[in-house]
Design a protein around this ligand. Structure first.
Ligand SMILES: Nc1ncnc2c1ncn2[C@@H]1O[C@H](COP(=O)(O)OP(=O)(O)O)[C@@H](O)[C@H]1O
Ligand SMILES: [Mg+2]
Length: 243
């Protein structure tokens, strides 16, 4: 890292849920501007908790979060302004009467004129292969369709740091490919929690393996995701491409 300050950094953060479950146990992590980092790990390894903390939705119980070297702890405004989070569960995010309004909402809040916001929303849905959903009510969509719409609502705002939790889970192959292509085209800094190791291999420049609330391994995708023994030790398996 030398003299440069990472865009986003955590130092030794820990988190326990109110029922006492320890979800993170001393996670130190950094991401540089423009990097795309995959966070992989078995169910319960702490991926979602870490993503929620990085986006400011949860406050770490111990440790520090730094945005450009400055403390940005907990629900800090600086953090939520810089980060766009696509939740694992799309129902947490969709609330407008139609899909187009839902996707345009973030742009409208940012002061974009209504007509431009709608046009951008529809273009973004189009890039995800979902322009046909524009006038549908979000609560009537299938799980996979909801996921695409929730993603469009965040992608359209072009956040500086894009955080996605399982963006391809539950998508059919065409929707998955559209999603991966859209993410490839965006030059936002990205942190992606995923079980889709094939996506991580093609899209990301670095992979972190989580295990038991800590980072168990880190490196280039081609190094980490071809190491069957390492993956199995951490509750994972080789990407389809290598199995
Ligand atoms: N709301 C919650 N209350 C209590 N424990 C939770 C809650 N959410 C997650 N956990 C626990 O925290 C740990 C990490 O979970 P999570 O961050 O969701 O992992 P992952 O996203 O890798 O599956 C697990 O042991 C999980 O059971
Ligand atoms: Mg999760």
């Amino acid at each position: 890292m030398g003299l440069t300050v990472p865009l986003l950094e955590t130092k030794d953060i820990s988190y326990s849920y109110p029922d006492g479950t320890t979800a993170l146990n001393g996670v130190s992590f950094f991401i540089e501007t423009g990097e795309k980092v995959a966070l992989v790990g078995a169910n319960g390894s702490g991926k979602t908790t870490l993503l929620l903390i990085l986006s400011g939705a949860l406050a770490a119980r111990r440790g520090e979060i730094l945005l450009r070297g400055k403390a940005a702890q907990g629900r800090g405004a600086a953090l939520s302004k810089a980060v766009g989070l696509v939740f694992q569960e799309p129902d947490d995010q969709l609330f407008m009467p139609t899909v187009a309004e839902d996707v345009a909402f973030g742009l409208l809040s940012a002061g974009v004129a209504a007509r431009d916001a709608r046009a951008e929303a529809i273009a973004c849905l189009g890039s995800l292969g979902a322009s046909g959903l524009a006038d549908r009510p979000p609560h009537r969509l299938s799980g996979g369709e909801k996921r695409i719409v929730a993603m469009a609502g965040i992608l359209v705002t072009r956040p500086e740091i894009l955080i996605l939790d399982e963006p391809t889970s539950g998508l059919d192959p065409v929707a998955r490919r559209n999603t991966v292509k859209s993410l490839e085209k965006m030059n936002s800094t990205m942190i992606i929690g995923t079980h889709d190791l094939d996506m991580a291999l093609g899209l990301c420049g670095r992979v972190l393996v989580m295990h038991g609330g800590a980072i168990a391994a880190e490196g280039e995708p081609r190094e980490i995701l071809t190491d069957g023994a390492l993956l199995r030790k951490n509750g994972l398996d080789l990407p389809l491409r290598y199995s």
